[in-house]
Every structure is written in structure tokens, then in C-alpha cells.
Design a protein around this ligand. Structure first.
Ligand SMILES: [Zn+2]
Length: 117
């Protein structure tokens, strides 16, 4: 992977990171306003708490996304971006394209999922 490619991926990652943050702030704001709404009857109350749960789960996913991206940016700084953290082989370009914050090559990913890190 050359400098130009890396710079492009970095810009893309920063953009995704930013989008996730904006999204999760919006979800947080939405969950706050749900909680403050008056709850006229039980039926509404259960759908209300269901929504809150969905929003909270969503933001947990988003938080882990941001962590993944931060870790990818850190690996870029260290010059190990695109290398498998387990076998240290280069991860296929196609895989990095689909998941730019991949930490493992496909083989290791399968192993890690089966046997743990
Ligand atoms: Zn590997």
C-alpha cells in the first residue's frame, strides 16, 4: 500500500468516524427527548422503553465502530496498517476495501472467531 492510498483511506476513516459521532449524538438526543415525553398510557410506555433500548444498542455499536476506526488510525501511524495482527501477513486489498479497519486476515479471523484471540 503506497502513501497516496494510505492518505485516502485515512481521510475515509476520519469521515466515517465523524459520521458515526454525529449519528450517535443524534440518537442520544432522540433517546433523551423520548425519556422526557409524557407517557399517557401503558401501551405507549412499553413502546417508549423499547425505542430507548434500540437507541442505546445502536450507540453501543457505534461506539465500537469508533474504537475500531481509532485503532486502524493508530496502526497507520505505527506503519502496520493492513497487516494481520496475528500472522503479520498482509491482509488482502479486497478485504481492506470492504472492511478498512480489519485487524486480521481472513484465515486468522476465522481462527479467532473459533478459538478466541
Ligand atoms: Zn493472519
Amino acid at each position: 500500500m503506497d502513501e497516496k492510498e494510505l492518505a485516502e483511506i485515512r481521510a475515509h476513516l476520519l469521515q466515517v468516524r465523524n459520521e458515526v459521532l454525529v449519528e450517535s449524538e443524534r440518537a442520544y438526543a432522540a433517546s433523551q427527548s423520548l425519556g422526557k415525553d409524557g407517557v399517557p398510557d401503558i401501551g405507549d410506555m412499553s413502546s417508549n422503553s423499547y425505542n430507548q433500548e434500540v437507541l442505546m444498542n445502536l450507540s453501543e455499536t457505534q461506539r465500537s465502530r469508533v474504537r475500531d476506526i481509532d485503532a486502524a488510525l493508530e496502526r497507520m501511524d505505527k506503519g502496520v496498517y493492513g497487516l494481520c495482527m496475528r500472522c503479520e501477513e498482509e491482509i488482502s486489498a479486497r478485504r481492506m476495501e470492504v472492511r478498512p479497519f480489519s485487524r486480521y486476515c481472513i484465515d486468522c479471523k476465522t481462527e479467532v472467531e473459533k478459538f478466541g484471540e
